[in-house]
Design a protein around this ligand. Sequence first.
Ligand code: HEM
Length: 224
Amino acid sequence: MTTTEPVSKNMSSANHVKKYSSSIRFWHWANAIVISGSLITVLINSTITKGRPTATLIKNELQKAGAQVTADQARAASHALSDSVWDIHVYFGYVLAALLLFRLVMEYFQLADQKFIRSAKIVYIQYKTTKAKREQVRNQLVVKFIYATFYLLLVIMVITGLFLAFEDALVAYKSIRHSVKEVHSFCMYLILAFIVIHLAGLFLAERKEESAGIISDMINGGKN
Ligand code: HEM
């Protein structure tokens, strides 16, 4: 009797292309951890190790313990604390830069069905040419646009961050340092806005029956 079963167990899985490759899932969760880490360092430096209040706290506590500390010494100690938090921020930054590079290289080597640029183009063409399921296609287009904006923000964050990290080697550009820092910190608010929109979008999508399970798709790969 002939059998139609696949010769190898892997054959059936080879034919089934997952919605998200293992590389993109790794990138997604690593990126989420690194961005959260970066944001936590910024939060610490704008609260716990914030200049003047921390200097006052150090001075008062040391004086209570019987030490004589000047305001300048306390300020220097507070500065050193925040510098060590910035060092951690920069380590997160290097990992984020490496992850961005990994994402760019990955886009080139991904299977066609898993490429972001390709799927964004398909949704755009669908939006331009078909009248069917107009609202659904428009929503997909908005989602792609938001992701594209996020990728652009990551690029800006990495370029400005690396500029700040290597400012000693880039003394020739000292005049733009302040503006670069402004852009870097302003983009943080846009990244925060993206995180809020992303989480709200996931929450709303999970409530719809047809797209339920999108969070687990980013864990197990999902079906294309
Ligand atoms: C999502 C990612 C990131 C967020 C939210 C973020 C946010 C910030 C913020 C708010 C500041 C303070 C700017 C100011 O004082 O006006 C800062 C400073 C800085 N960031 Fe980032 N950043 C990120 C990624 C990066 C990356 C990729 C690098 C590259 C290595 C980097 C390197 C730096 C450096 C060197 C500073 C200056 C620290 C100092 O004042 O000593 N950051 N960042």
